[in-house]
Design a protein around this ligand. Structure first.
Ligand SMILES: Cc1cc2nc3c(=O)[nH]c(=O)nc-3n(C[C@H](O)[C@H](O)[C@H](O)COP(=O)(O)OP(=O)(O)OC[C@H]3O[C@@H](n4cnc5c(N)ncnc54)[C@H](O)[C@@H]3O)c2cc1C
Length: 300
C-alpha cells in the first residue's frame, strides 16, 4: 500500500542527492515502498561515474554484456519506469537542518525540504596538489584516458592501486613508447601487477613536476595521476558529519545512517563496501529500508 506523505505538499519524505547507482537505487526503492522522495544531481544526465566508463562492466553477475554507459542508461530507464521525481543540473550548494527535517539549497536560492536526507554524491579523483590544469596531466581513470592518443608517447603513471596498474596496461596496449609506474607502495591486485614488466615499476618516493612533465627529473609526454578518490561532501559541511580515517563519511553499517540523525550516506561517498555499481545499488536499498522503518514508525 502506498503511504501518503503526511506533511506539507512541499515536504518530501526524503531528498536524495546524487543520481549515480546508489542514489537511483535508493529513490527507486523508496517509491516502490510507497514514499515520496525527490532525487537531484548536479550533472545533466543520470548515472554518476558510470557515465565516464566506456568499458565493459563485467562485474555485475546479473547484467552481463553491457558497458558503463549502458548501465547509466538503465538507471535512467529505472527512474522513468518507477516515476521517480528527479532534477538534473541541480548542484546542491549547502544542506541544513530545519524543523521538519532538512533543507537542501541549490542555485538561485532554490530550496527543497525533506524529512530525511540521503547523500549519494560519490567521489572525485584526487589530483596533484597545487598543480595547474594541464591537458597532458590526466587525473583519474575514465573516458578522458580512453580517448587520449598514447601512440609513441612516454607515459608516467603515478599511484600504486588497481587504477594505476590497469591504466598502465591499457596505455601499453594503446601503443605508448614506454610506460613507467611510480608507486610509493603497491596495493593493486596481483593479476594486474604480474602483467606489468618489472622494469616498468619504480617503488619508493619520487618527485613530480607537472609543469615540465618530469618525474625524478626524467621527462615524459603524459602524466597519469591515479591517486585514489575523495568524497564529494563539502556542501554538507554544516552538518559536521563524522568521517572515517580515510576521509569518507562514517556510517552505521546496518542502516547507512551518518552521525547526524536522519542523514544517510550511501555508495562511494561512504565507501561502506568495495566500491562498485552492485554495492552502490545495495547501499541504496539499505538506506531506503531504514528510512521506511522510520517513516512507518512515525505514521503509526
Ligand atoms: C572509469 C571507471 C570505470 C568503472 N568501472 C566499473 C565497472 O566496470 N563495474 C563497477 O561495478 N564499477 C565500476 N566503476 C565504479 C562505479 O562507477 C562506482 O563505484 C559507482 O558509480 C559509484 O556509485 P555512487 O552512486 O556511489 O556514486 P557516483 O556514481 O559517483 O554518483 C554520484 C553522483 O552525485 C552527483 N553529485 C556530486 N556532488 C553533487 C552535488 N553537490 N549536488 C548534486 N549532485 C552531486 C554526481 O554528479 C554524480 O552523478 C568504475 C568507475 C570508473 C571511474
Amino acid at each position: 500500500m502506498r503511504i501518503q506523505s503526511t506533511g506539507l505538499p512541499s515536504l518530501y519524505d526524503a531528498i536524495v542527492v546524487g543520481a549515480g547507482p546508489a542514489g537511483v537505487s535508493c529513490a527507486v526503492w523508496l517509491v516502490r515502498l510507497g514514499f515520496n522522495p525527490v532525487l537531484v544531481d548536479a550533472a545533466d544526465a543520470v548515472g554518476g561515474l558510470c557515465r565516464i566508463n566506456p568499458f565493459m562492466d563485467d562485474w555485475n553477475a546479473s547484467l552481463p554484456g553491457v558497458n558503463g554507459l549502458q548501465v547509466a542508461d538503465n538507471l535512467s530507464k529505472s527512474l522513468a519506469q518507477t516515476k521517480v521525481e528527479y532534477r538534473l543540473k541541480w548542484p546542491v550548494q549547502t544542506v541544513r537542518t530545519c524543523a521538519s527535517g532538512f533543507e537542501v539549497l541549490g542555485l538561485n536560492n532554490d530550496v527543497l525540504k525533506g524529512r530525511y536526507l540521503v547523500l549519494a554524491t560519490g567521489v572525485k579523483a584526487r589530483g596533484l596538489s597545487n598543480a595547474l590544469p594541464n591537458p597532458r596531466v590526466l587525473v583519474g581513470p575514465g573516458r578522458h584516458v580512453a580517448n587520449f592518443d598514447f601512440t609513441n608517447q612516454r607515459v608516467a603513471v603515478l599511484g600504486g592501486g588497481d587504477n594505476a596498474f590497469e591504466n598502465a596496461l591499457f596505455v601499453l596496449e594503446k601503443g605508448a613508447r614506454n610506460v613507467q609506474v611510480f608507486a610509493r607502495t603497491v596495493r593493486a591486485q596481483r593479476q594486474f601487477v604480474q602483467q606489468l614488466p618489472a622494469s616498468a615499476l619504480t617503488i619508493g618516493t619520487y618527485t613530480v613536476d607537472s609543469d615540465s612533465l618530469t618525474v625524478n627529473n626524467e621527462p615524459y609526454d603524459v602524466l597519469l595521476v591515479m591517486y585514489g578518490w575523495e568524497p564529494n561532501v563539502e556542501f554538507a559541511a554544516e552538518l559536521g558529519l563524522a568521517r572515517t580515517q580515510r576521509g569518507f563519511v562514517s556510517i552505521n553499517f546496518e542502516t547507512a545512517e551518518t552521525s547526524c540523525d536522519g542523514v544517510y550516506a550511501i555508495g562511494e561517498v561512504a565507501s561502506r563496501q568495495h566500491p562498485c555499481v552492485v554495492t552502490a545499488l545495495a547501499d541504496g536499498v539499505t538506506a531506503a529500508k531504514a528510512i521506511q522503518a522510520r517513516l512507518e514508525a512515525n505514521v503509526n
